[in-house]
Write a protein that binds this ligand. Structure first.
Ligand code: SAM
Length: 276
């Protein structure tokens, strides 16, 4: 039985092809490529000439089983896409699933991926994040996904095509709020790489005024954690007044109301003093 190798390719900078990725491309029996014209440029850069088959979104239903047959017959295949890590937001995931179902070993070689490049440089929390790929274009599915994202507390990573960026930033600002921090990561690893940091509202306005060019990843701060939301000062002061009416001294009323509402005791006491 052969093996399927997932071989990541540069997302802009050809220097990012790793020695192991290049060795694998040289060693396999054939390469399954998303677009052979793109891959041939990489092979030329590496001084390689390898047999290739096409595997992309529009032929994967037929090409997948054909590649699987060759793997089952003992050939090794390297799967590559136009850029980045195969199977991340591309039909490579179907071929990996076919191999997994058929017991064909899959080896994934680490390398460039727009998701991790953007997230790591975003300046936003990385400990917990959710990768959403591309937002749905179908209106209803898009609205439902945006509603869910508005509540998402983890950092959100999205891919977007330049011609859809303006609509997406406007929809995100509407659904998640214009104040939500975002890092717009553009043309990563390329000459005009840019990591723009601001709010969703500012990003919407910036790219409304300037035509989006290049490739984009959006990294958006998660919703504030519910248990970390700022306490409602008016409600806390109302509670202090209630407790005072029950006969508690101001200091004790403020201390009790602070515990109940999550406010800082001293802050609430000072606020209440000001209102006395
Ligand atoms: N498998 C790829 C990967 O590992 O990143 C992603 C494939 S997905 C079809 C293509 C999307 O990745 C683009 O629309 C863009 O959102 C993002 N992308 C790819 N290269 C990029 C780059 N150099 N800078 C910013 N985003 C990029």
């Amino acid at each position: 039985m052969g093996k399927l190798y997932l071989v990541p390719t540069p997302i802009g900078n050809l220097g990012d092809i790793s020695p192991r990725a290049a060795e694998t491309l040289a060693a396999v029996d054939f390469i399954a490529a998303e677009d052979t014209r793109v891959t041939v440029k990489l092979l030329n850069h590496l001084g390689l000439k390898r047999p290739m088959v096409i595997y992309h979104r529009h032929n994967c239903a037929a090409a997948g089983p054909a590649i699987l047959d060759r793997l089952l017959a003992g050939e090794d295949c390297a799967l590559v896409t136009d850029a980045g890590t195969p199977a991340i937001s591309d039909p490579g995931e179907d071929l990996v699933a076919l191999c997994a179902q058929s017991g064909v070993p899959v080896e994934s070689i680490p390398g460039p991926c727009a998701l991790t490049v953007a997230l790591s440089a975003s300046g936003l929390p990385t400990a917990r994040f959710v990768f959403e790929g591309f937002l749905p274009t179908n209106r209803k599915n898009r609205r439902l996904r945006l509603e869910a994202l508005a509540e998402e507390e983890r950092t959100v990573v999205l891919y977007e095509a330049p011609h859809k960026l303006r609509d997406t930033l406007a929809d995100l600002a509407d659904a998640l709020g214009g104040e939500r921090p975002v890092s717009v990561c553009r043309e990563l690893t390329k000459l005009h790489e840019e990591i723009w940091r601001g709010t969703l509202g500012e990003a919407r306005d910036r790219w409304a005024a300037q035509e989006p060019r290049g490739e984009f990843v959006l990294v958006i701060a998660g919703a504030p954690r519910r248990d970390e939301e700022a306490p409602d000062e008016e409600a806390a002061l109302g509670r202090v007044a209630e407790l005072r009416a029950l006969g508690l001294p101001l200091k004790a009323a403020a201390a009790q109301a602070a515990v109940e509402t999550g406010m800082k005791k001293r802050r609430l006491y000072e606020l209440a003093l000001g209102k006395k």
